[in-house]
Ligand binder design. Structure first.
Ligand code: CA
Length: 230
């Protein structure tokens, strides 16, 4: 069985050692980098499956590292930031990060984020480009322009359908409010973001079909939304 290789980028030795010990005890392969420069080198030479990236590094801003990696690779990047401000997370996600963890985090949270990212990776590697998207009970036929939940066709407005497609095309990734409104409306003014919240509420209601357990779309308060890979 393929073991995922994780690149841990963290300048604080105590946190780096904790993460390394956690990954080791859960059977992950990993390499570490204490600086931005070594992170970029490791990312290109070792070709890790997932990067865990501390945003506050001594030499290079973490956001710059995301931008550089994104010029040549789509490898999943989970940002780890001590800065509690949402704006840092949002900038990192807009620069191309997949997910984020805020320090201090628990070992369980770290492992949960890795599992989410692994599911997304496996999905991307095993699903050939297809006009049909499936996730749990949800099925979207891009060619026909319609969506089903199990056997039931979903009655979506054109805007809800467009929104659903944007979420599905980025399944597993946290998308920022401005990323989504740019994709759906081509702009991201305050009123676009207010409309997004309204459309998302009705879309989620239609997707849940009265069942609370089927939560396809997760809310990240102040940041955005993610379609979970079920
Ligand atoms: Ca740091």
């Amino acid at each position: 069985m393929h073991k995922f290789l994780i690149l841990v980028v963290e300048d604080d030795p105590a946190i780096r050692n904790l993460m390394a010990a956690t990954l080791k005890s859960h059977d992950y392969r990993f390499i570490t980098a204490p600086t931005g420069a070594s992170a970029l080198m490791q990312a290109s030479t070792a070709q890790p499956d997932i990067v865990l990236l501390d945003l506050g590094l001594p030499d290079v801003d973490g956001i710059e590292i995301i931008r550089k990696i994104r010029t040549w690779s789509q490898m999943p990047i989970i940002v780890i930031s001590a800065r509690a401000e949402d704006t840092d997370k949002i900038h990192a996600l807009d620069a191309g990060a997949d997910d984020y963890l805020t320090k201090p985090f628990s070992v369980e949270e770290l492992l949960a984020r890795l599992r989410v990212t692994q599911r997304r990776l496996t999905f991307m590697q095993t699903s050939a480009p297809s006009p049909i998207f499936t996730n749990g009970e949800l099925r979207i036929d891009y060619a026909a322009g319609c969506a089903w939940l199990g056997e039931q066709e979903l009655h979506l407005t054109p805007m809800e359908y467009k929104l659903l497609c944007v979420m599905a095309q980025n399944v597993g990734k946290v998308l920022t409010l401005s990323f989504i409104t740019q994709k759906v409306w081509g702009s991201s003014t305050d009123s676009d973001i207010a409309s997004l919240r309204v459309f998302m509420a009705t879309l989620r209601k239609k997707l849940s079909a009265g069942k609370e357990e089927a939560q396809y779309i997760q809310t990240h308060i102040g940041v955005g939304y993610r379609m979970q890979k079920l």
